[in-house]
Structure formats: structure tokens, C-alpha cells
Design a protein around this ligand. Sequence first.
Ligand code: PGA
Length: 263
Amino acid sequence: MRHTYVLGNWKQNHLRAEAAATAQGIAEGLAQATAGALHLSAGVAPTFVALDVVRPHCRLGTGASGLALLAQDVGAQESGAFTGEVGPAMLKDAGVFAAIVGHSERRAKYGDDAMVADKVAACLAADLHVVLCCGESLEQRDAGEHENVVISQLSEALSKVENEAIDPRVVFAYEPVWAIGTGRTASPEQASEMHGAIRAWLRESYGNAGEARSILYGGSVKPANAGALITAPDIDGFLVGGASLDAGSFLDIVRAAAAARQA
Ligand code: PGA
């Protein structure tokens, strides 16, 4: 059974006190929200400057119960003269379990396309887990190029990982750009179709190891649509933006995922 993740990406939101309070609210409700569910984990990605105040509400490592601490991005180098960057070893040192890499907002606004492969490799070298994002624009979908775009993003992103098998520390997140922050969610069928294409590519490239990797969906996931999405084939959880900012709505999404993953 593949692992299910429900991860919150807080983006540039929440001052430190709000971040701590939201994390506390999620941590307090998590055991109840995930009751009876198998292989389900939750995590949150605050801004770098709020990591330390969120960390006390998180469990370090992969424990099934307890909230994981994630970072929204990571530097591509180990250390050195890279003003403004925060490297993988620094994130690990701050108690971070995984970094989001290749989010479409970073690809579009900060030139991350060119750095994704280095970031993935740097994370794995430092033993930091990776949530690797991919997703097409509306123009690319309308032109029928969406599957090719996503598969080439992924093969580029993994081009500097040396393992023959896909590293179990990598989790995938399909986030169509047209669904992020727009309130326009991909339908379960659209999401499933892409997840199936990613799964087929993973299987073809990495065999059984590809079969075992989780593929999350992101893009306007809300409590109201989470139940239909999580029961669609090949959807192994969510990367949630806006609806993760409030502990109650995030826990409702966790609950919807947990309901579909009962032992
Ligand atoms: P959204 O963001 O849920 O607000 O659409 C998702 C994401 O960007 O990870």
C-alpha cells in the first residue's frame, strides 16, 4: 500500500505567532483526524523564518502520527557564497524533514526550472526528503501537451539523481498551474489521468520502486472536493495551499483522506 500524505504549503503567509498557532491547532487535532487510517502522514511548510516556532508542534522524522515539518524551497548548493539561500543541511539542522522543490510559483517567478535537478540532488545528498512538483499551464493543456510537459519536467528533475531506482525519499506532486489558487480544481478524472501517466512513466523507468512512490495532487484542494479526489485512482494525497492556512480546514482535508484509508 502506498503512503498517503496531506501536506500544507503556507507560501508567504502567517507571521510567526499565527504560524505557531496554526501548527498547534493542527497538531492537537491530528490524532483524532487520522484515527484508524493506515499509512497516512500530514505535514506543513511554513516560511523559513517560522520554522523554529512551528517545529515544537512537529514530530521529527517519518512517524505515522504527528505533523512533519517541511520547507517551501531549498538552495541548490551545500554552502558558500550564495546570498539569500538556505541549503539542505541547514534545513535538516532546523528540524525540517522534507523540502518542496520545483513549485510552479518558483518555476515561473524565480527561474527554478534551471535549478530543480540540482536542488533534488542536493537534498538527497544531505538526506533531506523531497516533494517534487510538476504541472502544466492552461496553454499547454489546451495544446494537448500536458503529459509531455509533466514527464519532461520530472525526467529533467531526476536527471542528477544517481540511483538506478527512484529514491524512496522522493514524493511527487502534480499541480496543474491553472488550478493553483484559482478555485478551479482539476476534476478527479483529469487528476487521475495525469497521475496514471506519471505512474506509467515511473514504472517504466524504475520498475517496482516507481510503483511504490506516492503522487500527490495539488491545486485548489478544499474540504469539499478532497473526498472525491482521494478516492480517484492513483491519487496518493494532497499538497494544499490556501485551505491549509486554517487548522480546521486543513484537518477537514486530512479527515477526508483518512476516511478513504481506513484499515
Ligand atoms: P492552492 O495551492 O491549494 O491554494 O491552489 C496549492 C499549491 O500551490 O501547492
